[in-house]
Ligand binder design. Structure first.
Ligand code: TXA
Ligand code: MG
Length: 316
């Protein structure tokens, strides 16, 4: 039996498998088994009002879970699946409430990663999977990240190397009159709009998010992170780390830095983002200063994650 067959057996038996996708590592369970899905929430310490994405191998498998596909959703599916695009669609009764936090909708995507696809096919089940990290913390883009935070809490971890995209999927909802962006991610908004026209920005607020990915506090390192432009003067007497796309004019005054892409390539920057945040977090700094990326393409997803990482989490 190979690794994937073993992992598929664990999924069929209601266990948890951490597996690679092109975006971030996922913490997977059989989406049709509410007990297995309940364990995801337990292991992640995730509030059950935050629904999960269901991963399928192809649109045929999605058809079992969805009542109806609007025309524009089908266009996106044709172009971007497999890939980092999640669609929120009206759910079929077969999808357990715990997966969708009792919403009448389900979030679905086909990951663009061979190991993930083989796991889904081999198990024969749709796989519910959030990112494989404790709730609110930095998402995992390498197997080592998963091992360190959830290593002893899952039944198996599949190693697929570092994730190529590095930020989570773009989430588009088809539940309102017009398609709405719930979370910027791996597929640039511009590419989506080029195909289906207007996409509204869902008005997310921290107390009543349409998508809990809109929670203001998320993706956060332990070190306080400030997201904004380089100040003219750095606060004195503090160990400050810099997170930036490219090298600023001077690095004087910084105790450490991470440059996400020397050539200013937003794809490369996204792929490096979460690992860079983790490295800075391990340096014993007083503060991480994160400079915004240009607000276009994958820059939107990068800025979204950094803005959320910069919120102070109450009580922690
Ligand atoms: O790239 C990804 O999407 C990764 C990999 C593992 O596939 N998964 C991921 O899952 O980021 P998670 O749980 O960290 O984020 C799921 C997002 C959350 O913002 C959640 O609120 C939203 O999808 N979501 C899930 N179901 C929804 C629904 N029915 N309506 C609105 N938002 C939903
Ligand atoms: Mg997550």
């Amino acid at each position: 039996m190979n690794e994937i067959q073993k992992a598929a057996g664990i999924i069929q038996e209601g266990g948890l498998v951490a597996f690679p996708t092109e975006t971030v590592y996922g913490l997977g369970a059989d989406a049709l088994n509410p007990y297995a899905v309940a364990r995801i929430f337990e292991v992640k310490n995730r509030p059950t009002f935050d629904p999960l994405i269901v991963h399928v191998a192809d649109i045929r498998q999605a058809e079992i879970l969805v009542l109806k596909f609007p025309e524009k959703a089908l266009k996106l599916i044709e172009k971007f699946w497999p890939g980092p695009l999640t669609l929120v669609l009206p759910k079929a009764p077969i999808v357990p409430d715990i997966v969708t936090s009792s919403l009448p909708t389900v979030a679905i995507r086909v990951p663009n990663h061979l190991m993930a696809l083989e796991l889904i096919r081999e198990s024969g089940r749709p796989i519910a999977a959030p990112s494989a990290n404790p709730f609110g913390q930095v998402s995992p883009t390498t197997v080592d990240h998963v091992r360190r935070s959830l290593g002893n809490k899952v039944d198996m971890i599949l190693d697929g190397g570092p994730c190529a995209i590095g930020v989570e999927s773009t989430v588009i909802s088809f539940t309102g009159k017009e398609p709405a962006l719930l979370r910027p991610g791996g597929v640039p908004l511009e590419d989506i709009q080029a195909l289906i026209g207007k996409v509204i920005q869902a008005a997310g607020s921290s107390d009543k998010p349409q998508s809990p990915g809109q929670l203001e506090q998320h993706y956060a390192p332990k070190t306080p992170l400030v997201f904004g432009d380089l100040p003219s003067e750095l606060p004195a007497g503090k160990k400050i780390g810099l997170l930036a796309l490219q090298k600023p004019k001077a690095l004087d005054g910084f105790a450490a830095w991470e440059l996400l892409s020397e050539k200013g390539d937003l794809k490369e920057a996204a792929a490096n983002l979460f690992a860079a945040v983790r490295r800075l977090d391990e340096k014993g700094l007083d503060l991480i200063l994160a400079l915004p990326a240009p607000p276009e393409g994958l820059g939107r997803a990068i800025n979204d994650r950094l803005a959320r990482a910069s919120q102070k989490r109450p009580g922690i």
